[in-house]
Design a protein around this ligand. Structure first.
Ligand code: HDE
Length: 715
């Protein structure tokens, strides 16, 4: 006789396993309202949701053991509970985005802070104080969904505004220009930067042969390369990046008058980056550094915000510029057309479910609302096709717009019907138009409206001759270097050194000599000094200058393009680590912590052990263990120790490295006298950023770039 089977733990777990607040699928009907269809599981009152069921509502008695023929027998095919569970699990993944696969999302609100009805009839910009919900997804571009957060890479900055006149998706990046001018080259660009086809590496890195081979042959990319090799691509936090719509768009007002517009998102916390060495170390210490930072900030109520700015200009301005405003490799200097702030976006709610929201969100640059229109930028035009197509491939059905994160929050009605995963239940027989069913008292369905419907701006480019069909680029698209030079010359000396060093690093990973030489030959068209520095850094002869399709012109440098020239001396949103150990002075720690917090920063206590530590004046718990909380994770560090502890720590790599890195990454180090022993061991020299604890506030979390030449050989 078989023994009586052990009691199933299912009974104990049945209620505990369940999340009482769990949200059920809430489909949106054609009126945009969630119906009550799937709200509850079962029909037996409020606590019905406490019961585990299968996907068809059958209650499950045991969620631990599959159904077996006897205690030692095979599993039975009839176990529909097991089969459904495994079946669903097997299909949990959907194709990851071909680019921008790794992303982090958050909900928020957009508020119009300056009404501009004279410029656009966009509903959300008509009235100061008008608001609409938003969803934002930040991303890296090259790496897969499981790659790290801090590679050198462009960041996607995609915003979905759920306006009363439909969704407006501003699908931008943290860099105002792009690598290529024509959508035709996008698959080539992406193939070249992704892991190489035969070997399957490197992951999330542009430092390899195929990328630089492509770039060297595509001089139009050189402006974007300057940005990509700058500190813009190694941001400190997603909360501290700018966003750009990149393309030129159109604003159209009630009278049907149009102006060109470029969109900008300006971070309220200022723009801030890391150093390359830091970014590399963060990747190891916390691969989720940016995702965690965003989630934790929102969770703590420190809501990140961005101002929406617009640059407005007309055809007359466009015609006078030495570049083409339809060319996405060009920007419009803010000194020429100032950025006017018209709204503010605040991210104030984390997603409830990463897959349902961040993964399934589908951005479409074609989602615009009356008052906004496309320009003829050939890159934008290509995107208008690509995103719709890609969503069908990722989400599997033309009905992806019904997924809650994608559905508009205003009513939507049309005659589109059926398709895979249709969740709406349209009533009546009016599924075609024109129809006259209303005359018989039936619901004849919706109709187009010439007055309120989206109408395309008719004169989208007065300089175009639509009578010709040509595979050609407009004349000024051939200037590939003027703005690359503008960018480089607008940087501080230290930032220029970072660009040169990034190029040396990337090209040092290139194994093909002719590819390296060609890229440096292209750099000569940007700036001879830059090319020479890179050649010297690689120990190669300065190659011949590559031929430029059009001679570059000198443009007036723009301070707005530099991060360091605009650095904000704020502690707001920054994180400071305080190292302490047994015997440290609690009063001093508490005082520093409260100073940091009252300046808007976060204090994070680091100690050799995390549990309760006896300190002078009580017991303290650390937020992180020293070995697991390297200084690369913080904006500045402070240290309050006893002589005895400083001595003990000076024999430990993690502690010495902590200061060595903080110093090497040009961060503020605030310390007490006992810590001096550790600083000496770490080679930390006194400078304006190495200060006594009580001087911390006056120095704050700014970086001390003047130190860098002492700690690192830059190209
Ligand atoms: Fe994208 N891009 N892209 N892109 N892009 C995608 O769409 C594409 C371009 C950008 O968080 C894909 O849903 C083409 C410029 C962001 O979900 C895909 C071209 C800019 C995101 C696609 C471009 C962007 C994407 C992959 C050249 C800055 C992430 C998955 C014509 C203005 C959105 C997806 C998110 C994603 C195509 C160029 C930004 C394949 C063909 C320029 C932020 O459709």
């Amino acid at each position: 006789m078989a023994k009586k089977p052990a009691p199933s733990p299912a009974t104990d777990h049945a209620l505990r396993d369940h999340q009482p607040g769990e949200r059920q699928i809430k489909p949106t009907d054609s009126r945009g309202n969630g119906d009550e269809l799937h709200q509850g599981v079962g029909t037996e009152g409020a606590d019905a949701a406490a019961y585990l069921t299968d996907n068809f509502g059958h209650r499950i008695s045991d969620n631990q053991n599959s159904l077996r023929a006897g205690t030692r027998g095979p599993t039975l095919l009839e176990d529909f509970v097991l089969r459904e569970k495994i079946f669903h699990f097997d299909h949990e993944r959907i194709p990851e985005r071909i680019v921008h696969a790794r992303g982090s999302g958050a909900h928020g609100v957009f508020e119009c802070t300056k009404a501009i009805p004279g410029l656009t009839k966009a509903s959300i910009l008509q009235k100061e104080g008008a608001t609409c919900p938003v969803f934002v997804r930040f991303s890296t571009v090259a790496g897969g969904a499981g790659s790290v957060d801090t590679p050198r890479d462009v960041r996607g900055f995609a915003v979905k505004l759920y306006t009363e006149s439909g969704n407006w998706d501003l699908v931008g990046n943290n860099i105002p220009v792009f690598f290529i001018q024509d959508a035709m080259k996008f698959p080539d660009l992406v193939h070249s930067v992704k892991m190489e086809a035969d070997r399957g590496y490197p992951q999330a890195a542009s430092a390899h042969d195929t990328f630089w081979d492509f770039i060297g042959l595509m001089p139009e990319a050189m402006h974007m390369i300057m940005w990509a090799m700058s500190d813009r691509t190694i941001p400190r936090s997603l909360r501290m990046i700018e966003g750009f719509g990149v393309h030129t768009f159109r604003f159209v007002n009630e009278k049907g008058e149009g102006k060109f517009v470029k969109f900008h998102w300006k971070p309220v916390l200022g723009i801030q980056s890391t150093t390359w060495d830091e970014a590399v170390k963060i990747a190891g210490a916390d691969p989720d550094f940016h995702r965690r930072d965003l989630f934790e900030a929102i969770d703590a109520g420190d809501f990140p915000a961005w101002d929406l700015g617009v640059q407005l200009f007309d055809e007359a301005f466009a015609e006078k510029q030495p570049y083409d405003v339809l060319d996405a490799t060009k920007l419009i200097p803010e000194e020429d057309i100032p950025v006017e702030i018209v709204g503010r976006m605040t991210l104030n709610r984390n997603v409830d479910n990463f897959f349902a929201e961040t993964e399934q969100v589908a951005f479409l640059p074609s989602n615009i609302i009356p008052g906004i229109d496309f320009s003829n930028d050939p890159l934008l035009q290509g995107r208008l096709f690509s995103y719709l197509d890609t969503q069908k491939s990722r989400l599997g059905t033309t009905n992806f717009h019904q997924i809650p994160i994608n559905a508009p929050k205003c009513p939507f009605h049309n005659f589109q019907r059926d398709g895979m995963m249709q969740t709406l239940v349209p009533t009546g027989r009016a599924n075609y138009e024109p129809n006259s069913l209303a005359e018989a008292g039936e619901n004849g369905g919706p109709r187009a409206s010439a007055e309120t419907g989206f109408a395309t701006f008719t004169a989208n480019d007065e300089r175009n001759d639509p009578a010709q069909k040509l595979r050609i680029r407009a004349e000024l698209f051939a200037d590939h270097f003027s703005q690359a030079r503008l960018f480089y010359l607008s940087q501080t000396e230290n930032e220029q050194a970072h660009i040169a060093s990034a190029l040396v690093f990337e090209l040092s990973k290139v194994t093909l000599d002719h590819v390296r030489a060609r890229v440096v030959g292209q750099l000569r068209n940007i700036d001879e000094d830059l090319a020479t520095r890179v050649a010297m850094g690689l120990a190669i002869d300065l190659p011949a200058k590559e031929k430029a399709a059009r001679a570059p012109v000198d443009l007036k440098p723009s301070d707005a393009l530099s991060i360091q020239k605009n650095a904000d001396d704020t502690m707001e949103g920054r994180k400071v680590a305080i190292l302490f150990a047994e015997g440290s002075d609690k009063a001093a720690i508490d005082k520093l912590k409260s100073d940091i917090e009252s300046a808007g920063g976060t204090a994070f206590l680091v100690a050799p052990k995390v549990g309760g530590i006896k300190v002078k004046g009580g017991t303290l718990k650390a937020d992180g263990q020293l070995a697991g909380s390297p200084s690369v994770l913080f904006d500045a560090v402070a240290s309050i120790l006893t002589d005895e502890q400083a001595k003990a720590l000076s024999g430990q790599g993690a502690a010495v490295q902590w200061f060595m890195d903080a110093y090497g990454h040009c961060k503020t180090i605030a310390h007490d006298e006992a810590t001096q022993l550790l600083l000496d061991k770490a080679g930390v020299e006194k400078d304006g950023g190495v200060v006594a604890i009580d001087k911390f506030e006056s120095v704050g979390t700014r970086r001390h770039w003047a130190r860098e030449a002492r700690v690192r050989d830059l190209a």
